[in-house]
Write a protein that binds this ligand. Structure first.
Ligand SMILES: NC(=O)c1ccc[n+]([C@@H]2O[C@H](COP(=O)([O-])OP(=O)(O)OC[C@H]3O[C@@H](n4cnc5c(N)ncnc54)[C@H](OP(=O)(O)O)[C@@H]3O)[C@@H](O)[C@H]2O)c1
Length: 115
């Protein structure tokens, strides 16, 4: 199965990438900043993961990341304990808002499963 993991460089995302590769899936991981090696080296070390850039603040990038996938595991989220002045960014990338955005895009690009 071809699976997209959003937030692939995060704690949950990287663990999912490792487990999916081990199970033999073709894995695409989306990261917010592809140009920063510090955010992707640990992913490349896991195996043949295809890395793409996607930012929840730019839905077209998320849609492009989903193209051709059978399933999406959506872990990208702005997960902060204290972030004065970042309320709007946290809401846009929150577990409540972002899945609705992702589910809508998944329908458009015909991804069968979105979690
Ligand atoms: N960790 C756990 O044990 C656990 C357990 C259950 C549920 N969860 C939930 O799973 C989600 C992820 O948790 P985590 O621990 O993996 O957090 P994390 O390590 O902070 O990872 C969050 C990921 O989301 C990305 N991200 C943040 N804002 C983004 C945006 N606007 N567009 C695209 N990507 C964005 C981050 O990218 P950057 O690196 O570029 O910031 C990072 O890859 C959260 O909703 C959390 O509540 C976590």
């Amino acid at each position: 199965m071809k699976v997209l993991v959003t937030g692939a460089n995060g704690h949950l995302g990287a663990n999912l990438v490792r487990e999916l590769l081990a199970a033999g899936h073709a894995v695409r991981g989306s990261v917010r900043v592809l140009a920063d090696p510090g955010r992707t080296e640990h992913l490349k070390a896991l195996g043949p993961v295809e890395l793409v850039q996607a930012d929840l603040d730019h839905p077209a990038t998320l849609r492009a990341a989903m193209e051709g996938m059978d399933a999406v595991l959506h872990t990208a989220a702005l997960y902060l304990f204290y972030a004065p002045g970042q309320d709007a960014a946290i809401v846009r990338a929150s577990p409540d808002y972002a899945p609705d955005l992702g589910k809508s895009l998944a329908v458009v690009v015909q991804v069968a499963r979105f979690t």
